[in-house]
Ligand binder design. Structure first.
Ligand SMILES: C[S@@+](CC[C@H](N)C(=O)[O-])C[C@H]1O[C@@H](n2cnc3c(N)ncnc32)[C@H](O)[C@@H]1O
Length: 270
């Protein structure tokens, strides 16, 4: 099995990790070395395809393949834990035992090979921000749904329906399975439809995607927010999101929340 090992400066660990997360990895192990931090992960066995993607997306960071006995991708499962989003909302890996607690909403999520176990700071921030804007019956568009955790969570919390889209084909069966596992299969529609081809508007649009992609999608993100609706974005670094806000004008930032160096913003028309 081939692991991918990326060498980065300590200050760039989060940035490089996020590029890897956006490529659909399910685990990253950080190994400090004398000069750098090595990020160990897996992108599958098609080394030609992996090389092509990494040379295009990894920018300045050197990387290499390393032969390993066990899949890095499966080791993380033994360490996965429930993540408390709020005092009354927990996202639990589907294979981890978790007893129901009175008054606590539990989402059961199996990410498969997609991003979205629920433990990343941007996912936690996005879930909280969606919840803060959610009134019963709201419609939701989840752009870059990964495992569908935000779309499924929104429906469990009272949204009338959620449309979930992602460029990764793996997100479709994974989101469908998570919607079914959480009893909202009839309210979640998932596809790889590009945002540009999404018609209509939504009360809540959420996009937890890296800043350059948010900027690229800005025109369409604005277009799909219903009058009186909100746009929740994350995937941006705390204190470094002015360029994304500028691209999204005339939407204006209403709230900013941060967690572990990441930020989520809720924007709305003035
Ligand atoms: C950081 S993950 C977020 C996953 C999940 N929504 C969460 O909050 O945990 C970003 C996702 O956006 C997807 N993505 C990247 N560019 C995209 C685009 N242009 N349109 C739709 N999805 C995109 C990636 O495949 C990835 O699944």
């Amino acid at each position: 099995m081939h692991a991918v090992v990326v060498s980065v400066h300590e200050a760039e660990v989060e940035l490089a990790s996020d590029v890897l997360w956006s490529l659909g990895v399910v685990a990253i192990e950080e190994r400090p070395t004398a000069l750098h931090v090595e990020l160990w992960t897996s992108l599958g066995e098609d080394t030609d395809a992996v090389s092509a993607v990494l040379s295009q997306r990894l920018g300045p960071w050197p990387w290499r393949f390393v032969e390993v006995d066990e899949t890095v991708a499966d080791n993380w499962r033994a360490h996965a834990e429930p993540v408390w989003v709020d005092n009354d909302l927990v996202i639990c890996p589907s294979w981890v035992p978790f007893a129901a607690v009175d008054g606590v909403t539990t989402l059961r999520i199996e990410p498969g090979s997609t991003f979205g176990l629920g433990d990343h700071p941007t996912t936690i921030l996005s879930m909280r921000a969606v919840r803060a804007s959610l009134v019963g019956g709201a419609t939701v568009l989840d752009v870059g749904c990964g495992s569908g955790v935000l779309a499924v969570g929104a429906c469990v919390l009272g949204a009338s329906k959620a449309t979930a889209i992602d460029i990764s084909p793996a997100s479709v069966p994974t989101t469908e399975a998570n919607a079914a596992a959480n009893g909202v299969a009839d309210r979640v529609r998932v596809s790889t439809t590009p945002l540009a081809l999404i018609d209509g508007t939504y009360d809540i649009v959420v996009a937890n995607i890296l800043a350059p992609v948010l900027i690229e999608l800005a025109d369409d993100l604005r277009r799909v927010v219903a009058p009186g609706g909100v746009l929740v974005i994350s995937g941006v670094l705390a204190g470094h999101h002015q360029h994304v806000e500028a691209a999204l004008r005339p939407l204006r930032t209403r709230t900013v929340s941060t967690h572990n160096g990441w930020a989520a913003l809720t924007l709305a028309a003035v």
